[in-house]
Design a protein around this ligand. Structure first.
Ligand SMILES: *[C@@H]1O[C@H](CO)[C@@H](O)[C@H](O)[C@H]1NC(C)=O
Ligand SMILES: *[C@@H]1O[C@H](CO)[C@@H](O)[C@H](O)[C@H]1NC(C)=O
Ligand SMILES: *[C@@H]1O[C@H](CO)[C@@H](O)[C@H](O)[C@H]1NC(C)=O
Ligand SMILES: *[C@@H]1O[C@H](CO)[C@@H](O)[C@H](O)[C@H]1NC(C)=O
Length: 447
């Protein structure tokens, strides 16, 4: 079996499984194509590797994932997490690493290899990695952007066997370099077949302190049907941290992000969102990606599951909710719930279409996602732009966007009290949550 031959080198660019029989490598470390188990030539190459590779890092040991950004020595790439990818329609079977790095189009990155470690093997299997950019930053060639590092599986892969996925992977500049990183491979067990919903929120930064807003958003989303909420932390205030600790047992998973100090957009928000797609998508059919001042509001039903029962179809990979801007207001009533006291919104989606929308993904059909919409869906799944009466993205901005501030006369506002649908239940949940947070932490966070 695969694990027996430790050093299996596979050229990622060619189709896995189709055997390349005629080739004469000049330098076995560089010039290989595709090797499958049993290939007599590769057996000798494997021996050569074995000599070199015997000296590499000791087998990693984990009790849980590291959740830190790790370096790839000699390469401008950093790694955060690794997920088993089963879908042959989505570069699988492979291990999909969430990474961030310079863009190959504008920078010389150099080769990357994956050393894949198996529970019952003493040495890793090595494959050439694919370095796949998620988000292009054409205006800033020196910007670090979200990437996948794909480590293709080889040999007689049978996705029913957990053992066929390595438990750990390291990414290295040469096949046998001593690795400076080790990632626990997540999602090794087969994905659950569910109809549940998860919410993904991007990294909180700038010592985020609006913890009451978080409580409102967590409770509102649970009310609307989110079974799991995932949120990332760059920097948060002490009070926010204690609120997140309280919610750890209330279906809210906090991922320590701490993105390194590099030139990157919003602490590589896109890497976090794609991490979340795989992390949450393994447990939940639907993964919704928005922000802490936004809600994807089902307008043809009162909850997400109810809405999906009405509109879901296997033809769709992403359900796009168009953006309406709500002026944030505080009427002085208590408790202060932003979504109840801010009622004036643009009369229609602004801008209309997908530009500013946010999306709910069918996680089985999504491969890579942007902040607002998908980059890549599993063929032939497509996007569905929801009409305003089916669903809307409510955006409760503290300050209007530039164009709203500049040309207020271009926009018509209407009073919209749809959110009062949740008033009774949300108020109750919010007050209860606040009193439990106070109970757990001895005092209410001071805000
Ligand atoms: C193995 O690694 C050690 C320490 O990194 C080094 O001193 C030694 O030369 C290496 N041996 C071989 C055969 O590469
Ligand atoms: C967070 O709260 C502070 C005051 O506590 C306020 O100045 C700020 O605008 C709020 N930020 C957001 C995003 O709501
Ligand atoms: C805020 O609410 C008050 C009371 O309902 C209302 O008079 C005012 O117009 C609202 N302001 C905004 C900016 O929506
Ligand atoms: C509010 O809670 C009640 C009781 O649990 C439930 O029957 C009702 O559907 C909820 N309403 C909304 C809008 O979630």
């Amino acid at each position: 079996m695969f694990v027996v031959a430790c050093f299996l080198i596979v050229y990622a660019g060619s189709s896995i499984g189709s055997r390349v029989s005629e080739y004469s490598p000049r330098d076995p470390l560089k010039d290989y194509k595709l090797a499958l188990l049993g290939d007599p030539y590769m057996t000798s190459v494997a021996k050569c590797y074995q000599k070199i590779c015997l000296n590499i890092t000791a087998k990693p040991f984990f009790t849980k994932e590291t959740q830190t950004w790790q370096d790839v020595g000699m390469r401008d790439a950093k790694l955060f997490s690794a997920f088993a990818e089963r879908r042959s329609s989505a570069d699988g079977p492979s291990v999909r690493v969430i990474a961030n790095g310079l863009q190959e189009e504008f920078n010389h990155i150099g080769d990357l290899y994956c050393q894949m470690w198996y529970e019952n093997g003493g040495y890793p299997a090595v494959v050439r990695a694919k370095y796949v950019r998620i988000y292009p930053s054409y205006d800033h060639h020196d910007e670090w952007v979200a990437h996948f590092v794909l480590c293709p599986m080889a040999g007689s892969f049978n996705h029913n066997y957990v053992q066929d996925f390595p438990f750990a992977v390291s990414v290295t500049p040469t096949p046998c370099s001593k690795a400076s990183n080790a990632l626990m491979v997540l999602n090794i067990h087969a994905r659950k077949n569910t109809n549940t919903h998860a919410l993904c929120l991007p990294p909180l930064y700038n010592y985020f302190r609006n913890w009451t807003m978080l409580v409102e958003m967590f409770e509102l989303h649970k009310l609307m049907g989110a079974q799991g909420i995932y949120i990332y932390t760059q920097t948060v205030s002490k009070d926010t941290a204690s609120v997140l600790r309280y919610y750890a047992t209330e279906r809210v998973t906090t991922i320590t992000w701490n993105f390194p100090n590099l030139k990157a957009f919003q602490f590589s928000q896109r890497a976090a969102l794609n991490d979340c797609l795989y992390r949450a998508g393994h447990l939940h059919r639907y993964v919704t990606v928005s922000d802490v001042d936004e809600v994807l509001v089902p307008r043809a039903a009162s909850t997400w599951p109810e809405l999906m029962r009405k509109i879901a179809s296997p033809r769709y990979g992403a359900y796009l909710f168009q953006h309406v801007y709500f002026r944030r207001n505080n009427t002085g009533e208590r408790p202060y719930l932003i979504t109840h006291q801010s009622k004036w919104r643009t009369d229609k989606p602004q801008p209309p279409g997908k530009i500013r929308c946010k999306a709910m993904y069918d996680s089985e059909n999504a491969i890579s996602i942007d902040i607002h919409f998908p980059y890549e869906l599993v063929y032939p799944a497509r996007e569905y732009l929801l009409p305003a009466k089916i669903g809307l993205l409510h955006h409760y901005r503290a300050t209007p966007t530039e164009s709203f501030a500049k040309d207020p006369q271009r926009y018509q506002y209407v009073e919209d009290d749809y959110m009062l649908l949740y008033q009774e239940n949300l108020t109750m949940r919010y007050i209860n949550a606040l009193s439990r947070i106070r109970g757990v932490h001895g005092r209410k966070p001071s805000g």
